[in-house]
Write a protein that binds this ligand. Structure first.
Ligand code: MLT
Ligand code: MN
Ligand code: ZN
Length: 310
């Protein structure tokens, strides 16, 4: 199985268009140790020929242009794409807006929970991806779903499971109390398995806390791509960027006793890779103490183009 990180940044990307935080200024200036990143997405394939996207980011067109494996094959028909399926982990703008880049009457399948597929069905812009050419397939929770699309079996299964999190920002219901109307299926993690080899990895780009059921599920996993939005819960407030904590946004932070580094330290995971990294995160600076502390805890900081084979 081949896993390619198409985009390793959180919503807004790195740099974010309207941001003058230290990181965004530094990456625009070309300062050594700062790498630009596009928004959150993976591409996965068993055979290197047929691919599934995990989330479709607003930067998808740029990501495709930088990834030859995902180009139309000139030996095929006038119209062709290696992308046979798109699997969505929530309804965030950074995870669904890129579907619009996949218009032009090409067949592929879209997988998501009922909650996320309803969001797409309710937004008429996405009707440009018309069924039956682009079927929507509901992911049931806690059972494996085989991936296929355009008549091709991808040789991969995904098991979707609910993770603690929050409904997408634009769907928040302020009258619904502390959880903003969040329901099960608004944010999922995925266990992705190569059906032939039975090798698997986890993909969890959004998660607010690692509770006991999630910890149990991830124990001993070979690879986990995990929510690396923030280093500290209040870093956006501290930097004067936005009056929101990670807790309020539905994202766990990396550091501290409640952070993901501490939670994973007991889980015996083979390889830990942060993705969905916000531009405010000090660990984006390769020379920072935040980056050193992550790496000495055994984590990798995902970057666009990172390829993993298993
Ligand atoms: C998030 O991950 O919290 C969202 O992508 C935020 C956003 O939509 O800007
Ligand atoms: Mn996001
Ligand atoms: Zn910034």
């Amino acid at each position: 199985m081949i896993i390619k990180v198409l985009g390793s940044a959180a919503g807004g990307g790195f740099p974010q268009w309207n941001c003058n935080c230290r990181n965004c200024v530094s990456v625009r200036a070309g300062t050594p140790g700062f790498k630009a990143r596009t928004q959150s997405s993976l591409a996965v394939s068993r055979d290197g020929e047929n691919w599934a996207l995990f989330n479709a980011s607003p930067d998808l067109r740029q990501q495709l242009n930088l990834t030859p494996e995902l180009w139309a094959d000139p030996k095929r028909d006038h119209r062709h794409s290696p992308i046979k399926a798109v699997v969505l982990t929530n309804g965030d703008v950074d995870h669904i807006a890129g579907l619009i880049n996949l218009r032009e009457a090409q067949a592929f399948s879209v997988y998501g929970t009922e909650r996320v597929l309803t969001t797409i069905a309710d937004n008429s812009l996405f009707h440009i991806l018309a069924e039956p050419l682009v079927p929507r397939i509901t992911l049931a929770l806690n059972k494996p779903t085989p991936l296929s699309g355009a008549g091709v079996d991808l040789g991969l299964t995904v098991e979707a499971f609910a993770v603690p999190g929050k409904v997408a920002l634009y769907l928040e219901d302020a009258s619904a109390g502390d959880d903003f109307g969040t329901q099960e299926g608004d944010t999922i993690g995925l266990k992705v398995t190569d059906t032939a080899s039975q090798h698997s990895f986890f993909y969890i780009p959004g998660c607010s806390t690692i509770d006991d059921p999630l910890g149990t599920r991830l124990k001993g996993a070979s690879i986990v791509f995990f929510d690396g939005t923030l280093f500290t819960d209040d870093e956006m407030l501290q930097q004067g960027l936005m009056p929101k904590t990670g807790t309020r946004m539905g994202h766990i932070n990396m550091s501290g006793p409640e952070g993901s580094i501490a939670a994973f330290s007991k889980l015996g995971v083979g390889r830990l890779i942060y993705v969905h990294i916000n531009n405010s995160n000090p660990a984006l600076d390769e020379n920072s103490s935040a980056r050193k502390s992550i790496e000495s805890a055994g984590w990798e900081v995902g970057y666009d183009g990172l390829e993993v084979r298993l």
